[in-house]
Design a binder for this molecule. Structure first.
Ligand code: NDP
Length: 444
């Protein structure tokens, strides 16, 4: 058995009931196998992959809070501090009823390689809770965030662990979390990113993941003699990533025609009306059905099915495993040329293989959506300097980072005779930097 297969089997057995973590472990380790083989003896002796696949620390805690009816609610919180070889742990917080340890570990493991690809000094971590902000009043969200931070504060710090947002955690939640951190510790420091602009936030952080996704996708297209101009784009999600992916796609001449939420999806024959989408999702916190009700060119469909729409480029920007093998077949039948992942692990393994086997250009999440964490790291730099950069300065740096990530993916894939396999390229390029730092720091 190869070293990679041994480690996959061992870690899977030691961590039962965590299917999403097993899935990413498999995907990443199998695709870096050729690079591991080059140094297999030394990596095996140093237990490098076992150390990489085991979080440095994982914290689980209870979060009691009182709802508007006076009822005590108890949720569970997590922070997984996966790997600090390259810098302080960095990665978002997810508030969603589906959150459990396995999901946080899958996201944290991916984050190590993504953060490495940015070239910035950030390690990998992730956290969250099974709390559902949907349907809660602002006061309830605030009370929950305060209780969450009352435990989390002792584990984080500007030079130790710097969380950010993810599903269910946007500007409102980050504000409440930051207020409570400051109240407890008396420290006004860059301990969270995605902060409001009046208290240390960075311009372009809100836009960063969606914009970065389009910058990266554009690089893939250019390298393959294609452009965004006039392409119909199928987008899933209608949250932070999806909205700013749609915005940048339009700026680059593309035509986004769909958006989704967890209840249904919209096909808009005239292209998504961005202002209306923002108003419904960012201001009114409404549903995609509300969008369709206000727009005569939009059709609303309940449930799943967005990948059956005919388009040239597909950008899954909602959640994990939302694009399955059947969806991949529909996309290929409809002539899609590129699938690029805004969400984390939105495409199942068999769907990814099917798309690549059918010559669809494929942008993997850890490269394609790294713009969010990259600008988070730029927010940390600004906080340390106590300076604010302009929108254009941050956006220019973001563009350069996304171009550089593409170059790294492309050249690593070529180095291992797998040209255009950006999945392999991203995993190997991300891995090599972390492995080198881990080896240099001794057995810790
Ligand atoms: P948001 O909470 O802002 O939006 C999430 C969107 O996805 C919403 O439209 C939501 O619909 C939908 N969604 C969530 N869960 C499901 C589900 N189980 N089934 C169907 N639809 C679902 O999150 P973000 O936009 O921030 O994150 C989206 C993805 O991007 C996640 O995978 C996240 O990890 C990833 N990501 C985010 C980054 C960021 O900077 N925000 C950075 C890198 C990756 P509804 O409102 O109905 O729940």
């Amino acid at each position: 058995m190869s070293y990679v297969d041994e480690v996959i089997a061992k870690i899977t057995k030691e961590n039962p009931g965590e299917p999403e973590f097993h899935q990413t472990l498999n995907e990443v380790l199998k695709s870096i196998e050729v690079a591991v083989e080059e140094n297999e003896d030394i990596y095996r002796q140093d237990g490098l992959l076992e150390r990489l696949a085991n979080p440095e620390r994982q914290i689980k805690f209870r979060i009691p809070w009182v709802d508007d009816e006076g009822q005590v609610q108890v949720n569970t919180g997590y922070r997984v501090q996966f790997n600090s070889a390259l810098g302080p742990y960095k990665g978002g917080l997810r508030f969603h009823p589906s959150v459990n340890l396995g999901i946080i570990k899958f996201l944290g493991f991916e984050q190590i390689f993504k953060n490495s690809l940015t070239g910035l000094p950030i390690g990998g971590g992730k956290g969250g809770s099974d709390f559902d902000p949907k349907g809660k009043s602002d006061r309830e969200v605030m009370k929950f965030c305060q209780s969450f931070m009352s435990e989390l504060y002792r584990h984080i710090g500007a030079d130790q662990d710097v969380p950010a947002g993810d599903i269910g955690v946007g500007g409102r939640e980050i504000g409440y979390l930051y207020g409570q951190y400051k109240r407890i510790t008396k420290n006004y420091e860059g301990v969270l990113t995605g902060k409001g602009l009046t208290f240390g936030g960075s311009l372009a952080r809100t836009e960063a993941t969606g914009y970065g996704l389009l910058y990266f996708t554009n690089e893939i297209l250019k390298a393959n003699n294609e452009t965004m101009e006039g392409k119909d784009i199928i987008v899933s999600g209608s949250g932070n990533v999806a909205i700013y992916a749609i915005e940048k796609a339009k700026q680059l001449g593309g035509n986004p025609i769909t958006a989704t939420d967890s209840t249904g999806w919209v096909y808009d024959s005239e292209g998504i009306d961005l202002e209306l989408l923002k108003e419904i999702k960012e201001i009114k916190r409404g549903r995609m059905s509300d969008y369709a009700a206000e727009r005569s060119s939009a059709e609303y469909h309940e449930g799943k099915g967005v990948w059956s729409v005919k388009g040239d480029i597909a950008l899954p920007c909602a959640t994990q495993n939302e694009l399955t093998i059947d969806d991949a077949k529909a996309l290929v039948d409809n002539g899609v040329i590129c699938v690029s992942e805004g969400a984390n692990m939105p495409t199942t393994l068999d769907a990814t293989d099917y798309l690549m086997d059918n010559d669809v250009l494929f942008g993997p999440a850890k490269a394609a959506n790294a713009g969010g964490v990259a600008v988070s790291a730029l927010e940390m730099s600004q906080n340390s300097e106590r300076l604010h950069w302009t929108f254009d300065e941050v956006d220019n740096r973001l563009q350069n980072i996304m171009k550089d990530i593409f170059i790294q993916c492309n050249s690593a894939s070529k180095r291992f005779d797998a040209e255009k396999n950006y999945v392999m390229g991203a995993n190997i390029a991300g891995f090599e930097r972390v492995a080198e730092a881990m080896q240099a720091q001794g057995i810790v």
